[in-house]
Design a protein around this ligand. Structure first.
Ligand code: ADP
Ligand code: MG
Length: 723
């Protein structure tokens, strides 16, 4: 096949494709959580005593005794086998953004040679995958490679169906044999604990007598692209890196804004329905779906859940988005920037903290007392974002997300907090000493009525802020579409724990000499004096802000992952994680190493592919066009016809320039002597990326010059608009 034959064939196949059969949507009540071994199923299957014990473990974290573990395991197996499972797997979440599984059969043979099924409590509770095949940073250097998985009962087991059968999946933590966290789940659970402890202190100082355990919640809005598999499969860059490394802009892009909230294409609707039925079976509350800004881009948002469960569900959702796309002849792109010049994909992480007795602490309440609690928690978030902005930037840092942040479609790489006009004014008044308890009289005596009447208006949105208050929660908007939500949740919970600890200390001192309202206002005034600079309600995309944020507010603009990841090595960050018990210095350092390595590797893979595609795909196409032009030119000259050869000249000079850039990039790839990981990352961020851009810029001009029938790669307009 030569030239664009494969493109034409792809178009032909898409045009003539038999639509995926539409199955009748099933009734929600029939399928909801059908594949989940949740408390309801346990209650059905277990004796009263066993159920009581496991419920305590699931809800309260009390360890499970061996006898009950055996009973639960056996019931779980019976249920799974009755639903067609032959295998079980501990599923865990290594420091990459993916999930890992190790499958084992239920089957064993007994001494009579008969096959029986077996699943003991110890198999349920503990597994032993080879730790050395997963990234573990310096932890592997200091310890043996062995790793353990251990069941996390707070996230229920479930059944995953694939074409070749069903498997019982058991959500697990993953640790080294010395107990260091090698995964994303352990820090998330620990950060929730740290937040709970600190919040308890503050709430009891506020006079609360009954305080249920606090939990963080997460609702993540997931954006993604769908591209027909016929196109995606003829683009090595999409297959290997998830984004187009080449591609001239389409004549029509997203400028008409005609895709956002438009009618969902029929084929995509069928896909979404299929996906959602699977999600419902897994007890994942998919709630909203719609088109996104870019053509071919969509969003799905589940209803929020406890952060730990939401994080596991998010991982399942990403797996299912991809596998379901395959069934429907699509490839689902979760990359943050699949197409240059077209909006990228993010994952807004909506986050709040609360409990059964005080409710959502980020929800302004209906009494002045509730509002004082709310203001303290909200203030704690403001302090956290200010103090640990660089950490928040680091936990969302990846080669892919760097393309998106600050590109006028996603928040800038400067961490600020948006509160909305009214709440911003409340905090500003506190800072300026204008807002005091009405009884004691302040400068303007606005009184606490202002807070009481606080009108939360979720419609009041600022889409340009990376961290926005949206009525009863904060929304971290800078998270990338392919990322695990765990990292951001760990950072948010931990910075909140740190701030609440600080608040508790200050509040305790203030309460000795003041009534409660004055004490709270005094603490918040000190907090705002130190950290109020991070509050910004204006346009986060404007260049004025970029200038002002850095020069006047002292905030940091951290454009690349190479600049961001060193935050993990800062003393303040080490102290934060160590003092809250979320990550030891060794665990923190291992995260720096793993993320840095992933960054370097992903840019190097892209660079290799740029060289490869330029040489073996684009160069031959451009050369065959050029030689055609040259032959025609010669024939015309023989006939004394004077042909303007400017096209040939442009093509020739672009080919030369592209190949010169390829040579420079190849030479750069030979460099290996880096003094430090930081230096290596900077080299990737600055040298390799700009050389890749240079190759691309010439290749993209060639795409607009070379005859369409010779161009080998599916073009932007085809991938974005043909469904
Ligand atoms: P948007 O207008 O930003 O699309 P939605 O109302 O669709 O907002 O909600 C976005 C996400 O926020 C959903 O996943 C929703 O469940 C979640 N969410 C709502 N309230 C909370 C909360 N208190 N804590 C965490 N997430 C929440
Ligand atoms: Mg949102």
């Amino acid at each position: 096949m030569s030239g664009n034959e494969s493109r034409q064939q792809a178009i032909h196949q898409i045009t003539n494709r038999t639509p995926t059969a539409v199955t009748q949507p099933e009734k929600l009540g029939d399928i909801w959580a059908d594949d989940v071994f949740n408390l309801a199923k346990m209650e059905w299957a277990l004796s009263k005593n066993a159920f009581k014990a496991i419920k305590k473990t699931v809800q309260g974290g009390t360890p499970l005794d061996a006898a009950t573990a055996d009973i639960v395991a056996s019931a779980m197996k019976e249920w799974a086998v009755s639903k067609g499972c032959k295998f079980f797997s501990h599923i865990f979440y290594p420091m990459t953004n993916i999930t890992a599984e190790k499958h084992d059969g239920f089957i064993i043979t007994n001494s009579d040679g008969n096959a029986i099924t077996e699943f003991t409590g110890s198999l349920l509770i503990k597994g032993e995958p080879d730790g050395s095949s997963f990234p573990n940073g310096s932890i592997r250097m200091t310890n043996a490679a062995r790793g353990y998985t251990a069941w996390d009962p707070s996230s229920p087991a479930y059944i995953m169906h694939t074409d070749n059968g069903a498997t019982l999946m058991i959500p697990c933590v993953f640790m080294s044999w010395t107990g260091e966290a090698l995964d994303k789940k352990i820090p998330l659970l620990r950060s929730n604990d740290a937040m709970n402890k600190a919040a308890q202190k503050v709430l009891s100082l506020m006079g609360e007598t009954e305080i249920a355990p606090l939990n963080s919640s997460c609702g993540a809005e997931q954006e993604y692209f769908l591209v027909d598999a016929n196109f995606a499969n003829s683009r090595p860059d999409l297959l290997l890196t998830g984004r187009t490394l080449f591609g001239a802009p389409s004549a029509k892009g997203q400028e008409f804004d005609d895709h956002y909230f438009g009618a969902i294409p029929a084929r995509v609707q069928v896909y979404m329905q299929d996906l959602e039925d699977q999600l419902y079976r897994l007890g994942i509350p998919a709630k909203t779906h719609h088109n996104e800004v870019a053509p071919g881009q969509f969003e799905i948002a589940p209803y929020f859940e406890a952060a730990n469960v939401a994080a596991d569900h998010q991982q399942m959702m990403m797996t299912l988005l991809k596998s379901t796309a395959k069934k429907h002849g699509f490839v689902c792109l979760l990359h943050e920037k699949p197409f240059a010049g077209i909006n990228g994909s993010g994952k807004h992480v909506n986050w709040s903290v609360g409990n059964a007795t005080q409710g959502n602490l980020l929800d302004p309440g209906h009494t002045p007392h509730d509002n004082l609690n709310f203001l303290l928690f909200c203030g704690a978030v403001i302090r956290g974002v200010h103090k640990f902005g660089p950490l928040l930037r680091a936990v969302i840092a990846s080669a892919a997300n760097d393309h998106r942040l600050g590109a006028n479609e996603a928040p800038p790489a400067i961490l600020s907090v948006y509160l909305g006009d009214q709440l911003e004014k409340v905090f500003q008044d506190i800072k300026e000493g204008k807002l005091t308890n009405s009884n004691s009289g302040g400068e303007m005596d606005l009184g606490l009525d202002q807070i009481l009447n606080f009108d939360r208006d979720p419609g009041d949105r600022n889409r340009t802020s990376p961290f926005a208050f949206t009525g009863n929660r904060f929304e971290f908007r800078a998270v990338g579409s392919s990322q695990s939500v765990s990292g951001p949740l760990v950072a948010m919970n931990t910075m909140l724990a740190d701030s609440l600890n600080w608040i508790a200390e200050k509040l305790e001192a203030e309460l000795k000499n003041n009534d409660q309202a004055d004490a709270v206002v005094n603490v918040l005034k000190e907090l705002m004096d130190e950290h109020g600079n991070v509050v910004f309600g204006g346009d986060g995309y404007s260049s004025d802000w970029h200038e002002m944020a850095v020069s006047e507010r002292g905030l940091k603009n951290i454009p690349t992952t190479a600049d961001a990841l060193p935050a993990f090595r800062e003393e303040s960050v080490k102290k934060l994680f160590e003092s809250t018990g979320v990550l030891s210095p060794v665990e923190l350092e291992s995260r720096f190493e793993v993320y840095a390595e992933q960054y370097v590797l992903s840019i190097e893979v892209e660079a290799k592919l740029v060289i490869d595609m330029a040489k073996t795909t684009i160069y031959p196409a451009a050369m065959s066009y050029l030689s055609g032009l040259a032959k025609t030119g010669k024939r015309m000259a023989k006939l004394d016809i004077d042909l303007d050869n400017s096209a040939a000249k442009t093509v020739a000079s672009e080919i030369n320039a592209m190949m010169a850039a390829v040579d420079k990039l190849s030479a750069a790839m030979e460099k290996h002597d880096f003094a430090s990981t930081e230096e290596h990352m900077q080299f990737c961020a600055n040298d390799l990326r700009s050389l890749m851009e240079e190759v691309r810029s010439h290749a993209d001009v060639l795409e607009t010059e070379v005859a369409d029938e010779l161009w080998p790669l599916p073009k932007y307009q085809e991938m974005l608009f043909i469904k």
